[in-house]
Design a protein around this ligand. Structure first.
Ligand code: B12
Length: 235
């Protein structure tokens, strides 16, 4: 693997740093081009995500909060992040072709909430460890979650994202409705997003909460593998 320091010895800004700045500034096409260049240059998907795209988006969010950026600029940053993730996806899937198939996971952002960047990141990380993701998108109602679990009875996991505290009430309802529809076949429900905490997750009866998408994918994989070990042990 190449030297992945943020600066090369000549002091020229590295590709991850350029990507970070490009997302922060909301330069959509440039972000796509830089991510392609970084992939070709041999940077791993994880480095591009964790050292470039995510920090760029976080910085844009912080500047928006400090009123140093306005909504249109923030939307461009979110769009740049999305283009970056879309560009990265084929490379990440190739990097992980040796991963075993872990089954289906249903994913969506709760009703009333249009934030999609974190949810899309969860989708990428889940796919990268071997899950098939059924992405319901944003503003997903209790009914739509229930329809999805009926249509995909083999999905062992449901992942719910919420960024707005006002949407937490929806998250509570969705978890409750999913539990009531379980009929003995317990699904693993994971929740996350900026408005969710570990204690809220426990209070509403979710099975797991993680702060970020990388840990979420690792926790989901661990759950599936331990379930398979148990099933093998009981045969
Ligand atoms: C970008 C953004 C927007 C964009 C969204 C664009 C898009 N296409 O997604 C736009 C401009 C549309 C927007 C609109 C609004 N926003 Co906004 N937005 C943000 C901002 C700046 C960044 C969110 C983001 O993309 N973060 C980057 C991603 C990578 O992080 P993430 O989503 O948190 O996801 C990570 C983890 O949470 C986790 N995760 C996420 N989902 C899941 C799911 C599971 C199962 C698991 C395990 C983990 C997990 O993994 C991810 C990282 O690894 C945040 C501030 C912030 N710092 O979060 C405010 C923020 C979320 N917005 C906020 C608000 C208030 C709004 C508006 C109401 C503003 C308004 N007055 O109109 C509207 C609401 C619109 C709606 N109905 O949804 C508030 C929410 C406050 C609250 N607690 O309720 C925040 C916190 C800003 C603030 N400090 O005030 N917003």
């Amino acid at each position: 693997m190449m030297n992945e320091d943020m600066h090369n010895p000549q002091g020229v800004t590295s590709l991850p740093e350029q990507i970070r700045e490009s997302v922060r500034q909301g330069r959509i096409r440039e972000t796509g081009r830089l991510v392609s260049e970084a992939v070709e240059a041999g940077y791993s998907g994880e480095v591009i995500l964790c050292e470039a795209l995510i920090p760029g988006m976080k910085q844009a969010g912080n500047e928006y909060r400090m009123q140093e950026q306005d909504i249109p600029k923030l939307l461009c940053a979110a769009r740049s992040m999305q283009i970056g993730m879309d560009t990265l996806r084929p490379a990440m899937e190739t990097e992980n072709t040796q991963e075993q198939y872990l089954g289906k996971a249903i994913l969506g952002t709760v009703e009333g909430d249009l934030h999609e960047v974190g949810k899309n990141l969860v989708a990428i990380m889940f796919r990268s460890v071997g899950f098939e993701v059924i992405d319901l998108g944003v503003d997903v109602s209790e009914k739509q979650f229930l329809k999805a679990v009926r249509e995909h009875p083999d999905a062992a996991l449901v992942c719910i994202s919420s960024l707005l505290t006002t949407s937490n009430v929806q998250m509570r309802r969705i978890v409750h409705a999913l539990r009531s529809s379980d009929r003995g076949k317990k699904r693993f429900i994971m929740v996350g997003g900026g408005s969710v905490t570990e204690s809220f997750a426990q209070e509403i009866g979710a099975d797991a909460y993680t702060e970020d998408a990388v840990d979420a994918a690792a926790a989901a994989k661990e759950y599936i593998l331990s379930r398979r070990r148990q099933e093998e042990g009981s045969q």
